[in-house]
Design a protein around this ligand. Structure first.
Ligand code: ZN
Length: 252
């Protein structure tokens, strides 16, 4: 058993939870029971995810997309269903949105850079006054299909690529999830391939005219790596805890 408060303090510190302005209310969002034996890790706060966490014997759930965005709203309808299920089951809900995109240690984007084998990585992708992604270079430049294979092997992704960049990819920038807001920055910096999760229709011509490869790996999939890494950090800090990754793909 580990005190909930000890886990919350550890996570707040690991993720520099209050360092960035974010629409998400990051940190402990809904308080549950005080003692924790098992922590569930998931991308989304959803009723089906709570049920699986409860069935797995979790007392805490750590997610990337939490329940509370922009502050407390009416606890009615869907919000009521979520909050009442969490409170009645004693399941603590902890959310980390931008802090879990940008963390150099357990962040989605730094880990995706590692998977791609990028070197010389630096912060990239300005959002709400902070850089939430990372960029770097491939040690050995490669073509687009070879780079897609990296993601098939490392992430189990099925990349969807708008192949408008150079024949050989040297520089890569990554912003997980719906990160194509940073596409212009990638074009301006002369990046060869911009990797994100998913993007809107109009990005096609922006990428074409910018002469850049735009590669989508899936919003959900690109945001599974951070919560899994948080689980490994929790076990290293609190060996008496156990964790479980609750996989609920959304198809996006
Ligand atoms: Zn997301």
């Amino acid at each position: 058993m580990v005190r909930r408060q000890d886990i919350v303090e550890f996570l707040d510190d690991l993720l520099d939870i209050n360092d960035v302005s974010d629409h998400s209310v990051n940190g402990l969002q809904v308080q549950g029971c005080e003692e924790v034996r098992k922590v569930g890790l998931a991308v989304d706060a959803a009723l089906s995810v709570y049920e699986r966490a409860i069935a797995e014997g979790c007392q805490m759930l750590v997610v990337h997309h939490g329940l509370i965005w922009g502050g407390l709203q009416r606890i009615t309808d869907r919000n009521h269903a979520h909050v009442s299920r969490l409170i009645h089951s004693g399941l603590n809900l902890y959310a980390a949105h931008l802090p879990l995109d940008m963390s150099p240690d357990v962040g989605n984007n730094a880990l995706l850079c590692q998977m791609a084998g990028l070197v010389g990585i630096e912060p990239f992708g300005a959002y709400h006054g902070a850089k939430i992604g990372w960029k770097g270079a491939l040690e050995v430049p490669c073509g687009i299909s070879q780079f897609e294979d990296v993601w098939r092997e490392q992430l189990g992704a099925t990349p969807r690529t708008l192949p408008f960049g150079p024949e050989l990819i040297r520089t890569v920038a990554i912003v997980s999830g719906g990160g194509t807001g940073a596409l212009k920055e990638a074009i301006d910096e002369g990046i060869d391939c911009f990797v994100s999760g998913e993007g809107p229709h109009e990005k096609y011509h922006e990428a074409l005219e910018g002469g850049i490869h735009l590669m989508y790996l899936g919003h959900y999939l690109t945001e599974t790596v951070g919560v899994k890494a948080v689980g490994r950090s929790l076990i290293a800090e609190f060996p008496e805890l156990s964790t479980v990754f609750i996989d609920e793909p959304t198809g996006f």
